[in-house]
Design a protein around this ligand. Structure first.
Ligand SMILES: *Cc1c(COP(=O)(O)O)cnc(C)c1O
Length: 481
């Protein structure tokens, strides 16, 4: 592309993006295309001759934009929101242009050292001790995989060399997490060759927190059966309800038992930036590793997961492998080569967006947005609590509200009928295009979730969700009559 052409398209794109970032509400949150629409709208093979960017962009708007689910829509109240803030978008643009590949310090001193600096800032904001060294991975799933790989390295003699298969000298291994832990823990255990049945899903209490007595029982039972406990994963902000496991008590158990403690704070960890919320994370300073996702609640576009580890030497022991063609003189002079702290060799310049986002908002700006989201969640919870047609199904420690409709007119309805009613309600609300909610299951009950977390979500979006829920509840009841 000629430089003059790049300028023309670049300027037009910046205008398009500026319009989009401030006007995502023009679109229905949830895409309305049908499976196959995108595939059928595009040629089945690549063009033989290059095409103009105008033609390419026209197809982007015609075929792809209608098939976008708008994570940047302020009515996105499903799962856990992710915001592409303007400084984050600009950083991605720059990062693509600079195209850094920071496998070695020398292949990108800027990216390598900015990663250390920006993760250091975030660590301080959250009040984690300096003893935690940070590294950026793409997602929490990969961060937790590395945590459990390090735990396996620490617990299993010679695992790096001898592996696990066919070892007569090795008893079974076990990992512990709550029944509400994220499925990425299951996947990590599967991938690390421990076998899915090595994972103990410890029961939770009536507020969805891991029961420490049940954890201790599970460990004792495994020890009695000659198994090696490898790691405990405590979750600070579970996926369904954002409940927080009692980290300090779990840390005490891990210290007594010499078991690796990994804290999955992917979603809620950044809330530790609010001093009055630190109490939820009490004890995480004793963890061996912690994961926090700036791409969830820190206005950083997908993807950026911050992995902090007290024992990064063990991560290096597990993953460092330097072939001759990657040996450098600096390597022996104590610089960090990021390829040593993980499975991937090439890595992109992710720290740039974290650094730009933190500078743009400042700690104060971040605290303001988080505080407002928590206020909105409390407000929504209050609306639910005050309405006899609805019931709340979990405490609200952060900004997710779990609830369902339970109309008085359905007092005699079976559990299955109430589930079906709520499923229909969810579908009707989501079909509006104004908001997007998701669901989970708690104690066997279909549960609706409102998760506030997009940078631009304001009271009117949450109020609109509530209005739609009430209107569609009435409509559905009149249909059923
Ligand atoms: C979102 C989430 C994950 C997975 O995050 P990815 O970055 O998408 O892999 C894991 N654990 C918890 C508690 C989460 O909230």
């Amino acid at each position: 592309m000629e430089p003059s052409e790049f300028r023309r398209h670049g300027h037009a794109l910046v205008d398009w993006i500026a319009e989009y970032l401030s006007g995502a509400e023009r679109y229905p949150v949830l895409s309305r295309v049908s499976p196959g629409d995108v595939r059928n709208g595009l040629p089945t093979s690549a063009p033989e001759h290059g095409e103009s960017f105008d033609a390419i962009f026209a197809d982007f708007e015609r075929v792809l934009v209608p098939a976008l689910t708008h994570w940047n829509h302020p009515g996105f109240l499903a799962y856990f929101a992710s915001s592409a803030s303007a400084p984050g978008v600009l950083a991605e643009f720059l990062a693509a242009a600079r195209n850094q590949q920071a496998m070695l310090w020398r292949t990108s001193p800027a990216s390598t050292e900015l990663e250390e600096v920006s993760l250091g800032w975030l660590r301080q904001l959250m009040g984690l001790p300096d003893a935690f060294e940070g590294v950026i991975y793409d997602t929490a799933s990969i961060s937790s995989l590395h945590a459990l790989a390090a735990a396996r390295e620490a617990a299993v003699p010679a695992v790096r060399n001898d592996g696990l298969a066919g070892r007569a000298d090795l008893p079974g291994l076990s990992v512990y997490c709550s029944e509400h832990a994220h499925s990425s823990i299951d996947k990590a255990v599967i991938l690390l060759g421990l076998g899915h049945r090595a994972l103990r899903h410890v029961p939770a209490d009536d507020q969805f927190r891991m029961r420490v007595d049940a954890l201790q029982d599970a460990i004792a039972k495994d020890r009695a059966a000659n198994l090696i406990p490898v790691a405990v994963v405590a979750t600070a902000g579970t996926t369904s309800t954002t409940s927080v496991d009692p980290i300090r008590e779990i840390a005490d158990v891990c210290r007594r038992e010499s078991i690796w403690l990994h804290v999955d704070a992917s979603y809620a960890g950044v809330t530790a930036i609010l001093p009055e919320y630190r109490v939820h994370f009490d004890g995480w300073e004793h963890a061996d590793s912690v994961v926090v996702n700036p791409h969830k609640w820190l206005f950083t576009p997908m993807d950026l997961s911050a992995f902090y580890c007290r024992r990064m030497d063990v991560v290096r022991q597990a993953f460092s492998l330097v072939p001759e063609y990657l040996r450098t003189a600096e390597g022996s002079r104590g610089v960090r080569n990021l390829m040593d702290t993980g499975i991937q060799l090439g890595r992109r310049f992710r720290s740039l967006k974290l650094w730009m986002v933190l500078r743009h908002f400042g700690a104060e700006g971040v605290r303001e947005v988080l505080t407002e989201h928590i206020r909105l969640a409390r407000l929504f919870a209050q609306w639910v609590d005050e309405d006899v047609e609805f019931e709340r199904l979990a405490p609200v420690p952060f900004r997710v509200v779990c609830f369902r409709a339970r109309p008085r007119a359905m007092a005699a309805a079976s559990a299955a009928e109430l589930d079906t009613f709520n499923e229909e309600l969810l579908a009707a609300v989501n079909a509006s295009g104004d908001v997007f909610l998701s669901h989970t299951q708690l104690n066997g009950v279909l549960t609706l979730r409102v998760a506030i977390g997009h940078l631009n979500t304001a009271e009117r979006h949450v109020a609109r969700a509530w209005q739609l829920l009430r209107e569609h509840t009435e409509q559905l009841l009149s249909l059923h009559r």
